[in-house]
Design a protein around this ligand. Structure first.
Ligand SMILES: [Zn+2]
Length: 139
């Protein structure tokens, strides 16, 4: 998952270059340039390209608000779909680490890519009501 960036570090009345925005936010200038592709408006009619502080703040706030969302108990985050998904066939494998914690491995309900989720014993005992869980040996 991408690094969390705080919009509070952006001054709305300032203008930023890619480098100064990167310094203010603690990311690389390459990251700031990449944000252009996903909707950050940049004043590029002359060099150096400038980013208005207000626009940078709006962009970061909208990105952060869509970014973190807690998964429901029976949802798994698919790295391939980049979205929360239900497990394929409501089946999961449980790989215990110790007596209280372990890892659930499922296949994404959409693309069948393996997804992992770390679970406590409490979560496990709730999930066993919803999913068909096979316990695997530690590997
Ligand atoms: Zn998927």
């Amino acid at each position: 998952m991408a690094k969390r960036v705080s919009a509070r570090r952006v001054k709305v009345h300032r203008q930023y270059t890619y480098e100064s925005a990167a310094d203010a936010l603690g990311v690389t200038a390459h990251t700031v340039r990449a944000w252009r592709e996903v909707g950050l408006a940049v004043l590029d009619s002359q060099k150096p390209h400038l980013i208005l502080g207000r626009e940078l703040k709006r962009f970061i706030e909208s990105r952060m608000s869509t970014k973190s969302r807690k998964l429901a108990l029976d949802e798994f985050y698919c790295m391939s779909c980049r979205a929360p998904r239900a497990p394929y066939g409501a089946m999961a494998d449980y790989v215990p680490f110790n007596t209280t914690r372990g890892r659930l491995v499922v296949l994404c309900g959409v693309c069948e890519t393996p997804c992992n989720k770390f679970v406590s014993f409490k979560m496990f005992s709730e999930l066993i009501e919803i999913l068909t869980i096979a316990t695997r040996d530690r590997c």
